[in-house]
Design a protein around this ligand. Sequence first.
Ligand code: FES
Length: 248
Amino acid sequence: MNKIFKAEILKNQALTEDVYCLSINVPFNIEAKPGQFFIIKINERFDPLLGRPFSIFDLEDKTLKFLYRVKGKGTSVLSKLREGQNLQITGPFGKWYPFPKDDYIVIAGGIGIASVFYLMKKFPKRAYLFYGARHRREIFYYKELEEVAKEVFISTECGTLDYKGVITELFRRKGLHLNLPIYSCGPMIMIRELKKLLKNKDVPCYVATEERMACGVGACLGCVIETKEGFKRVCTEGPVFEIGDLIL
Ligand code: FES
């Protein structure tokens, strides 16, 4: 059941020049599952009036965290807010990742790590994590990831960590043979590649396709995605889908 509430900013930390980690204080205990998202509205007067969806990066006690990239007016204003200011929050929304029963694989591309960290924290030391980014400085929370994952494999375009290249290729070399359920979030190009790799595999693969969302509440139709059963709204019928159901 989702709620609307005011939350105070505890921290709004710049991790790179355009990626931030926002921590807010929820005034009561809230239940939210990995893969779900909240809608953040900066204030009543702010244009755009609609809030914006942010997937849960972490939730512990009453501290809720979001990882976001500045890519428009809303996130630019958000990045300038400081400790002590208030936000209007609504949520949680969306379909969550089915809970893993045993070991599993996580494949994250770039800021997509925001959607899967909380999953690994809830089901710790069972995930083989494949995490790719453009550059080493965009590999966020490496130490924390090592703590929650069973094993971590990193790829960057510059090759300053484990592997030089794309994360789907590193997964093909080191993880495909494991035949474990897969949880993934990242850019559409990565999801498409993943779907090709899994063509003849009989393993479930759940992907969060949230990069397309705008209003987050089913109103703008800006998030529709083609599935075997027709077009679906990512915000209301996703963001988590079985990769085999998607027409990419
Ligand atoms: Fe607006 Fe889904 S984001 S309808």
